[in-house]
Design a binder for this molecule. Structure first.
Ligand code: UT7
Length: 329
């Protein structure tokens, strides 16, 4: 009998309507469109507005779109894994809130935090549930309302991030397609360079922590950049080598969208031309766990059964990884 693999059988995505352009940011902090575009590749990002709205409000419509496309009911879902660094609340898990919002009454769910690599970690975890034979329909969603943790007085970070969600459905396949290999890595050395200073158990929220603006994403960009360029390119090259693949075998690189220069370095290292790289950072910025599924969502109509995709990410932790997917439809 053929081995069971976890195939991606549907994709959904959601971006809020409101745009925050580089011109808008020029009015808020000391920055300019030219700097942002040349240093990052970003022109605009989407922002989720509205009182009482959180990451689950990005994830729910993304999953609902996917269910409509696959023509299945939310009650058929076995499990929801939500990758996020901006959960609706510290607890309960956002996955539980999403399940309630979409009517996935038979699903269990949990959140997974691996920052910008969260989607790859969640995808690999979800794939293992399918491969074990225990579950038949697993939703993996990356959802981040980054605007909730961005300091719009800090020009180093506020130009980078946006809000979005992207989701995939995993189902068993015996056709040797789906999630075929994954290399995931982490190194706690990254903690000092990309983190939120307060609000965790080390430094619970206090009047002082709020006044010191410690509940926002803090990043030492230059250091993270150096690790990211090497980490994402190395792990992608290692994945190819391990599976006896070359750039010629790869139809698409689906990179985390943090910085166009990091994406270009990874594509170069893999020997891929620009036409094979999914890039939408100019429209959405860095949406953390949502960047990779959002690319799959936008490029879905161009993907063909049997296409080899390499999904690659680098983020806070540090966490990084690359996943080989053979497209199933
Ligand atoms: O997704 C999770 C992982 N994160 C990443 O992968 C992000 C990695 N880092 C980066 O993408 C880049 O480091 C940034 C885009 C964040 C920054 O680009 P950079 O080329 O590393 O710039 P820098 O931080 O070294 O700053 C260069 C200069 C500085 O001025 P001085 O000290 O040279 O006078 C900054 O103050 O640019 C200045 N600067 C800005 N100028 C205009 C920083 N932010 C801005 C801004 N507008 N928004």
């Amino acid at each position: 009998m053929n081995k069971i693999t976890a195939a991606i059988t549907a994709v959904g995505g959601y971006v809020p309507e409101d745009k925050l352009t580089n011109a808008d940011l020029e009015k808020i902090v000391d920055t300019n469109d030219e700097w942002i575009r040349t240093r990052t590749g970003i022109s605009e990002r989407r922002i989720l507005k509205g009182e009482g709205k959180g990451s689950s409000d990005l994830a729910a419509p993304a999953i609902q779109e996917l269910l409509r496309k696959r023509n299945i009911d939310a009650t058929e879902i076995d499990c929801i894994i939500c990758a996020t660094v901006t959960p609706d609340m510290v607890f309960p898990a956002t996955a539980n809130i999403i399940a309630h919002k979409i009517g996935a009454i038979n699903a269990f769910g949990f959140d997974l935090n691996a920052a910008c690599s969260g989607f790859l970690y969640a995808l690999t975890t979800g794939a293992s549930f399918i491969e074990s034979g225990r579950y038949k329909k697993v939703i993996v969603v990356g959802a981040d309302k980054m605007s909730a943790i961005v300091d719009y007085t800090d020009r180093n970070t506020c130009v980078l991030f946006g809000d979005a969600a992207g989701a995939v459905l995993l189902e068993p396949s015996v056709d040797e397609n789906g999630i075929l290999d994954s290399l995931l890595k982490s190194d706690g050395i990254g903690k000092d360079f990309l983190h939120m200073k307060a609000g965790g158990s080390v430094k619970p929220a206090s009047v002082e922590s709020v006044l010191a603006r410690e509940h926002y994403a803090y990043q030492e960009g230059k250091t993270v950049f150096k690790f990211a360029v090497k980490g994402m390119a190395d792990v992608s090259a290692e994945l190819l080598e391990k599976n006896n693949l070359t750039g010629d075998d790869i139809a698409w690189l689906v990179p985390h969208q943090a910085n166009l220069r990091i994406i270009d370095a990874t594509a170069d290292r893999m020997g891929l031309s620009k036409e094979k790289v999914m890039i939408n950072i100019q429209k959405y910025g860095n949406t953390t766990a949502a960047t990779i599924p959002l690319c799959l969502w936008e490029w879905e109509s161009q993907l063909k059964k049997g296409d080899n995709l390499v999904l690659a990410a680098f983020g806070g932790g540090f966490t990084w990884g690359a996943t080989w997917v053979k497209w199933a439809y």
